[in-house]
Design a protein around this ligand. Sequence first.
Ligand code: UTP
Length: 276
Amino acid sequence: MISKCMFPVAGYGTRFLPATKSMPKEMLPIVNKPLVQYGVEEAIEAGMTTCAMVTGRGKRAITDHFDISYELEHQISGTSKEGYLDSIRNVLDKGIFTMVRQREMKGLGHAILTGETLIGSEPFGVVLSDDLCINEGPGVLAQMAELYNQFRCSIVAIMEVPMEEVHKYGVIAGESLKDGIYRVDKMVEKPSADEAPSNLAIIGRYILTPDIFDIIRETPPGANGEVQITDALQIQADRGCVMAYKFKGRRFDCGSVPGFVEATNHMYENHYLKES
Ligand code: UTP
């Protein structure tokens, strides 16, 4: 059973400036819920109730979000507005939240290594909360946790993307074991369409085995001068220990403005209006 999930939330969110100048990108709401809360709910649903946040300067709103607001509780307890607190109270009841700060933004691999102290030596999930994933059945992390019990190695969530978009992603190639499950032998970070080994792109959901930390320590900076998790995963893939999983569900790229707007419209029409 995987009980911990890491949330690297230290990035600058430059594509959302000026909104993200003094506000974390992960706190931008899709309708009325911050992006990061969707990710936390997905992790808790998968049994990963310890949420390890790798934060940075200017990200205190995230820490505060996952704590009690005494004033708010005091003001609206017993009033007709109390129901508005239900969803976050539910998360706070079930989750444990731990934090560490990444002092320099040296890439996702570096962020994950910074979170080592919150994880220790056990397998763990990773959620990049700017990828919002929804599914009618079990969430993407829950699907991956089940797969982990079968394979006991690192797992990356993948989806097919048009060839002209592969340059935005880490891309895999591998042997198809059964429907939607691949044993990965090659991973390339942000390849051009010519260099890409396939159109199977990694999205922001991972399950990692803890040997990844020692591998990242030895991984030099790669694409964009950042320590790339894809480069570290390639070492595990060389050992036959990385699976890729074509998840069931839909993913919105909320790290980009068009994806964010698409997610907002979808959640408003398909969830908010139906539930309110
Ligand atoms: P992105 O590159 O998509 O996020 O990193 P960003 O840097 O915040 O966005 P832009 O490009 O400037 O708009 C993917 C994820 O990894 C985290 C980010 O917070 C995001 O969730 N990350 C990235 C870190 O935590 N630390 C880093 O050094 C880099």
